[in-house]
Design a binder for this molecule. Structure first.
Ligand code: WT7
Length: 588
């Protein structure tokens, strides 16, 4: 059923291929076709949404498809560059009508639907700040991020609102407007919310982007550290230079490409490369609303004739479990470039790519903080399986050691482990952690940004990943803060104390595991274990909650009371506990 719909929609010409949704919300304007440029950018101005959308809508590229959306139910919608310009203009006007302006945060919690893309780019046109939230988060991570991000507007769906936001609304006094999208047709009428489709229909599709300073905040991405408090990484409009250059030089994108980035825009990959970078190139984005499903993904690669595919090792490991014969019957002749990000790409995955698709998978390395790909096996690179390649043009990387005097020492001996560092100042570098200058400044020393990753560089200049220098957990490509999970576990009435670590997992890379000390009047039982796991899943969402619990009489701590998670992990895995003195001041 999916393929049929897709086949039909591909047959449509770009000019006719405006989606039903687009028609619904598009205000008919006489003389639409002969519209003049409405861009008033000048004087050193740079706006991400203009670079991604309007710039193309001003040229013959206007009829090219910007977004090819594949809905859960088998529906497909196509939006051209000019269609996207009009829709994002309307969204920007909706914000203006609500008196939402420069610097105001617009949070989006919708899952991958066309409105997400319209809201992201329309928000940036208005110089407001796009703050994406992962729709699989439970209520607790959503509340913290809305609160820390000081969101004035939230765009969400009726279903997500009722399930996750309504119970929290009273705790979010600064959230002024909730704009609702109907998940299955027109939005349900919900008191205290506004219907986005109605607002869009009433809004003009003309908008003049105000002069935007390259240093104006464009995107706020929450990321996890060790502690319970997520960090709001600030990204600016000038970052688009790096999104564009890396889309070209690390992902090999050209305007004719059909590009599928499988990441959700709730995470930085899904924004920098699921929206911005490829659109600045003029490529077509494929967006699938559905969660991972091996057969569905192969269908999409084949039916959509994806040319460049950007995905993650967890998904690749799941595909690697399929029968190799399945790949022999797959027609992926269009596919000419595959890249991966987010976790180590094991050599076996690179070899599997060669067997399944006739080409290696190109690893790329970066972080929420770097805003764009920094180090990669780019097009034309001889891929060394297991290495994530070399710095992109304009990026200076090094292996360093932190010195006691507060500086860094550069490691010059090949293959020697140290911390991966980047010379500060690339265009997409984060400009701060929201309201936390101390945490931001702690990332820099001697003009280097310290990544928190341990790596080595070989004699050829290729980088190899070793692990994280801190306690943050990577599970299914998502960065998880042990502190955030521990705080929710401690809310449970039976829990006295909790420690959370990532244990090796063959599929997820790491599995979230909790060690729990029960209150004195409670005793271990299967029902208490299930109750604590259920509480964590409800509050945090399944992607973040622990999968396993072990009860402990006490937890290892330093004399000053800091948890020694790595000691716990080493004991659990039966590996040497290492230099315990270095564990003492770890985990800040
Ligand atoms: C951390 C950043 C920006 C991409 C999505 C993740 C790990 C990232 C690789 C890679 C090994 C990788 C690092 C990094 N990571 N890419 N190619 N090989 N590890 O962004 O959530 O901010 O996570 O992901 O540990 O520090 P993020």
């Amino acid at each position: 059923m999916l393929c049929e719909t897709l086949g039909e929609s591909r047959g449509e010409t770009a000019a006719r291929s405006i989606s039903a949704w687009e028609r619904l919300v598009r205000r008919p304007t006489p003389g639409n076709e002969s519209r003049q440029s409405s861009i008033a950018l000048g004087g050193g101005s740079i706006n991400i949404a203009w670079q991604a959308v309007d710039r193309h809508a001003e040229t013959s590229h206007r009829t090219h498809i910007a977004l090819r959306w594949l809905g859960r139910s088998g529906m497909a919608r196509l939006i051209s560059y000019s269609g996207l310009r009009d829709l994002t203009n309307q969204f920007a006007n909706v914000l203006v009508g609500l008196d939402i302006g420069k610097g105001d945060r617009v949070a989006v919690l919708t899952g991958r639907i066309p409105e997400l893309y319209v809201a992201a780019l329309g928000t940036m046109k208005n110089r407001s700040v796009f703050c994406p939230l992962f729709s699989n988060f439970g209520p607790e991570p959503i509340r913290t991020r809305l609160e820390l991000g000081d969101a004035r507007v939230l765009v969400t769906t009726d279903r997500l609102y009722l399930r996750k936001i309504a119970p929290l609304r009273a705790l979010l006094p600064r959230l002024e407007y909730v704009l609702i999208v109907g998940e299955d047709g027109p939005a349900a009428e919900i008191p205290g919310t506004l219907d986005l489709a109605h607002l869009m229909a009433a809004a003009s599709d003309r908008f003049t982007i105000p002069p935007t300073d390259p240093e104006d905040m464009a995107v706020l991405h929450f990321t996890s550290g060790t502690t319970g408090r997520p960090k709001g990484a600030i990204h600016v409009h000038g970052a688009v230079a790096a999104h564009h250059a890396s889309a070209r030089h690390a992902l090999d994108l050209t305007p004719g490409d059909v590009f599928w980035c499988t990441a959700d825009p709730g995470w930085v990959t899904g924004t920098s490369y699921g929206i911005i970078g490829p659109l600045t190139i003029g490529a077509t984005l494929v967006v699938d609303q559905e969660e991972f499903d091996a057969e569905r993904w192969l269908h999409i690669l084949e039916e959509e004739q994806v040319t460049v595919w950007y995905t993650a090792p967890t998904a690749i490991r799941m595909l690697m479990r399929m029968d190799p014969a399945r790949f022999r019957s797959l027609d992926t002749t269009a596919l000419r470039y595959i890249a991966s990000v987010g976790e180590p790409l094991e050599p076996a995955a690179v070899h599997w790519g060669e067997a399944a698709f006739g080409q290696p998978i190109h690893d790329t390395w970066w972080q929420t903080e770097t805003g764009a790909i920094m180090i990669a096996n780019g097009p034309g690179a001889v891929v060394k399986p297991g290495s994530f390649g070399r710095p992109l043009p304009g990026v200076e990387a090094a292996i360093v050691h932190r010195c006691r005097d507060g500086g860094v020492a550069l490691e010059t001996t090949p293959d020697t482990p140290g911390e991966l560092a980047l010379r500060a100042g690339w265009p997409s570098m984060f400009r701060g952690y929201l309201a936390e200058p101390g945490r931001y400044n702690a990332c820099f020393r001697d003009g280097w940004y310290l990544t928190g990753d341990l790596a080595r560089r070989d004699a050829d200049g290729d980088y190899w990943f070793i692990g994280r220098a801190d306690d943050v957990i990577k599970s299914a490509g998502h960065l998880i803060s042990p502190g955030e999970v521990e705080a929710v576990l401690r809310e449970h009435p039976a829990v006295a104390d909790a420690a959370v670590v990532g244990l090796p997992d063959p599929l997820l890379l790491q599995m979230v595991k909790a060690f729990i000390v029960l209150k004195e009047d409670r005793s271990e039982s299967e029902s208490v274990r299930r109750d604590i796991l259920g509480h964590a899943r409800r509050r945090l969402g399944a992607a973040v909650a622990p999968r396993e619990i072990t009860f402990k009489a006490d937890l290892p701590k330093t004399r000053s009371g800091k948890l020694m998670r790595r000691l716990l992990k080493a004991r659990e895995l039966g590996i040497p506990e290492g230099d315990r003195s270095s564990l003492i001041d770890d985990g800040a």
